[in-house]
Design a protein around this ligand. Structure first.
Ligand SMILES: Cc1cc2nc3c(=O)[nH]c(=O)nc-3n(C[C@H](O)[C@H](O)[C@H](O)COP(=O)(O)OP(=O)(O)OC[C@H]3O[C@@H](n4cnc5c(N)ncnc54)[C@H](O)[C@@H]3O)c2cc1C
Length: 317
């Protein structure tokens, strides 16, 4: 019995969500009485092996080739399946990033395994896996226990702590035999060098309460001061004020930052679906009865146009 963690490298960096999954995998392997192993696919991976080792991996299965510069699902699927077979993995953890959400169901089918997606809690009990996952747009948290193994579990980014706890880190190189249905010709990053909202540790989100697109400058200024990403509600994305890449919610991105500041966002259930697992939520809204205050840790009733410049000036000090 062993736990295998898929470690995601993209844009030349190892995703923090992978280290979180490793730390959670280590606990799970301990509870199930097995070892923790990792699999990583990409090009120029040497720089990331130590971090994976230092977060508990006993064996690291590595598919490192210029062919893997771009993400090709069939290659990553083959690597995970090969590593799972070699490690006799009974649980496979995959970070529920945009890529992980695509990869996890494919892996489950390939391994003829069960699938529990986007979990926010994970334990090993009685030789099997128990997890907690948000459902109905975050209105309820469901406890799920696996009836059967193997099981594929995707872990929500920013929910678990990444804790350094070194494993043996023995390296096993994989050479992959796969055929891809499509070829990646070019990858262009939406939003240029801006912090991606899905990965940001701090987020300032703006909604229709900002009245007009120009007022988003106030949100951008505060985000810059905090080193945060800018997010948007669907209302302002649909109005063309902000790009869809910034939309948070049921039909946008699911985020779980340390800090989420919602400015002029009412807190519709579809928006909450994307951000209620944020660690600290601050709401700024002029309506004291706005639903966003029900999920906020700190609430500020006031006009965003007055509050934002004052808050930014204080934070800059
Ligand atoms: C199938 C479906 C999927 C959806 N998916 C998403 C999604 O992914 N993400 C998403 O966000 N929405 C989504 N929606 C839309 C959602 O239902 C809401 O319509 C949307 O979230 C509202 O955006 P908002 O809060 O910016 O605007 P509003 O609901 O109009 O709220 C504006 C808020 O600003 C406050 N305000 C006004 N003036 C000021 C001021 N001067 N200072 C401070 N506060 C002020 C108001 O009190 C109000 O609370 C979806 C809807 C459907 C049906």
């Amino acid at each position: 019995m062993s736990v295998l963690v898929y470690c995601e490298v993209s844009g030349g960096s190892l995703k923090k969500a992978s280290l979180e999954a490793l730390s959670e995998g280590k606990k799970l392997a301990g509870a199930l009485g097995g070892s923790l192993n990792a699999v990583v696919v990409g090009s120029g991976l040497d720089a990331h092996i130590d971090a994976i080792k230092n977060h508990g991996a006993e064996t690291i299965y590595v598919a490192d080739s210029a062919d893997h510069e771009n993400y090709v699902p069939e290659a990553h699927l083959t690597a995970v399946a090969d590593a799972a077979a070699q490690a006799s993995a009974t649980v496979c953890l995959i970070p529920a990033t945009t890529r992980g959400r695509e990869l996890a169901p494919r892996v489950a089918v390939k391994l003829d395994a069960g699938l529990i997606e986007d979990v926010t809690g994970l334990t090993g009990e009685g030789g099997t896996v128990a997890a907690i996952r948000p459902e109905y747009a975050g209105k309820v948290y469901r406890s799920v226990k696996a009836n059967t193994l193997p099981m594929v579990v995707s872990t929500r980014p920013n929910t678990f702590d990444a804790v350094a706890d070194a494993g043996a880190g023995a390296r096993v190189d994989l050479s992959l035999d796969y055929s891809a249905k499509a070829k990646v010709v070019e990858t262009r990053k939406a939003g240029g060098e801006k912090i991606d909202v899905a990965e940001a540790d701090r987020i300032v989100g703006g909604g229709r309460g900002l009245k007009e697109p120009e007022n988003f400058k106030l949100v951008e200024d505060l985000a810059e001061t905090l080193g945060a990403a800018v997010a948007a509600s669907r209302a302002v994305v649909d109005s063309g004020w902000r790009p869809h890449a910034e939309q948070v919610g049921q039909t946008g991105k699911v985020v779980s930052p340390t800090l989420y500041i919602a400015v002029g966002i009412s807190g519709a259930i579809q928006h909450l679906a994307g951000m209620t697992t944020s660690k600290t939520i601050v709401a700024i809204n002029k309506d004291k009865d706005a639903p966003i205050f029900k999920v906020a840790d700190y609430g500020l009733v006031g006009d965003a146009m007055e509050v934002l410049p004052a808050l930014n000036a204080e934070l800059k000090k």
